[in-house]
Write a protein that binds this ligand. Structure first.
Ligand code: MG
Length: 126
């Protein structure tokens, strides 16, 4: 990627195995990090992109979350907690709206592979 961007990256189910907030205090320390995640994110960081972890974890889980990130040892810039939860709600997903010039989104489907350019149909304002 030539232009630098801010990567907003989820934690549970994306960086490491999916752990609900209700179980995070007990399970975070042993959470399995997905293969390739550390390498992928570290590469983006070294390319000059900003790495922001954006999670629906509760604020009270910040210390254990920071400890896990430190243990993993990958570089990042920000940790934003309190993203609205999707699990067990009526919401199908997130739809991001912003006035910045580039807005992209990828659904993580279990593999930290290379990002490729592909033409697809998306919802846009008329
Ligand atoms: Mg998640």
């Amino acid at each position: 990627m030539s232009e630098k961007v801010v990567f907003m990256i989820d934690l549970d189910g994306t960086l490491w195995e999916d752990i609900p907030n209700e179980e995070a205090a007990e399970r975070t320390a042993d959470a399995e990090v997905y293969p390739g995640a550390v390498e992928w994110i570290t590469k983006r960081y070294r390319e000059g992109h900003r790495i922001c972890f954006f999670t629906a974890r509760w604020e009270k889980l910040r210390a254990i979350t920071l400890a896990k990130l430190e243990e993993i040892g990958l570089p990042y810039h920000d940790l934003i907690m309190g993203k609205p939860r999707i699990r067990h709600t009526e919401y199908a997903g997130y739809h991001y709206v912003d006035n910045c010039s580039i807005v992209r989104a990828n659904r993580f489907e279990g593999a930290w592979t290379q990002l490729i350019k592909k033409e697809i149909k998306v919802h846009v304002f008329e």
